[in-house]
Design a protein. Structure first.
Length: 202
């Protein structure tokens, strides 16, 4: 039995799916940005340089790496957590455990994904540019907190390190990006849409 869909049926289904359009865009852009990074950006933890299409882009990664080391060190000192920094990129703790701030720990990949999500989301560009900048700051702060907590866990309970580092905070990071996108949809896109509709009605 073949079911033929009329234009009215297709329009009806499309209307029902409209509320999920933003979520669909979010998922597609996030996956595409992640795929793009994996294919074109070479930032392996054991690579001396980070490259994009053969172009050396290590500079921003080194800057972020140093900034993370600086800020996290201040937090460790504030809470009297014994540590030392070796080779300029590695935290060493009193229990002889160590953690290196590799290229993947800089949070720049997550910052890129967030910027792509907002750039391709619905809404006015007059708000997008500053929202992206504010979001990048949030991503940086979250990443610093992440590395700080991971360091504390490593210095007190090394067996929990892998779970916290590779699983828990990975999903927390993307959940926060999702929440920032929800804020964009609810407070900027929908408000601008309502304003347009009111203008059109008058």
């Amino acid at each position: 039995m073949v079911v033929m869909l009329t234009k009215a049926d297709i329009k009806q289904y499309a209307t029902r799916l409209t509320p999920f359009k933003g979520v669909f865009i979010f998922i597609v852009v996030m996956m595409a940005a992640n795929w793009f990074w994996k294919i074109f950006v070479h930032d392996g933890n054991y690579d001396t340089d980070v490259t994009f299409l053969g172009i050396n882009i290590t500079g921003p990664f080194i800057f972020e790496q140093k900034e993370i080391i600086r800020v996290v060190s201040l937090v460790f000192e504030l809470f009297n957590i014994p540590f030392a920094v070796s080779h300029g990129t590695m935290f060493e703790f009193a229990n002889r455990q160590s953690s290196e701030i590799a290229w993947g720990c800089t949070g720049l990949k997550q910052a890129f994904i967030f910027a792509c999500i907002i750039a391709f989301s619905r809404g006015p560009w007059k708000h997008k540019w500053w929202y992206i900048l504010a979001g990048l700051l949030v991503v940086h702060v979250v990443n610093v907190l992440r590395i700080t907590v991971v360091g504390v866990v490593l210095s007190h309970d090394p067996e929990a390190f892998e779970i916290v580092h590779s699983y828990f905070f990975k999903y927390v990071f993307y959940f926060i990006i999702f929440l920032m996108w929800v804020m964009w949809e609810e407070y900027f896109f929908k408000k601008s849409l309502q304003k347009t509709e009111k203008t059109g009605a008058t």
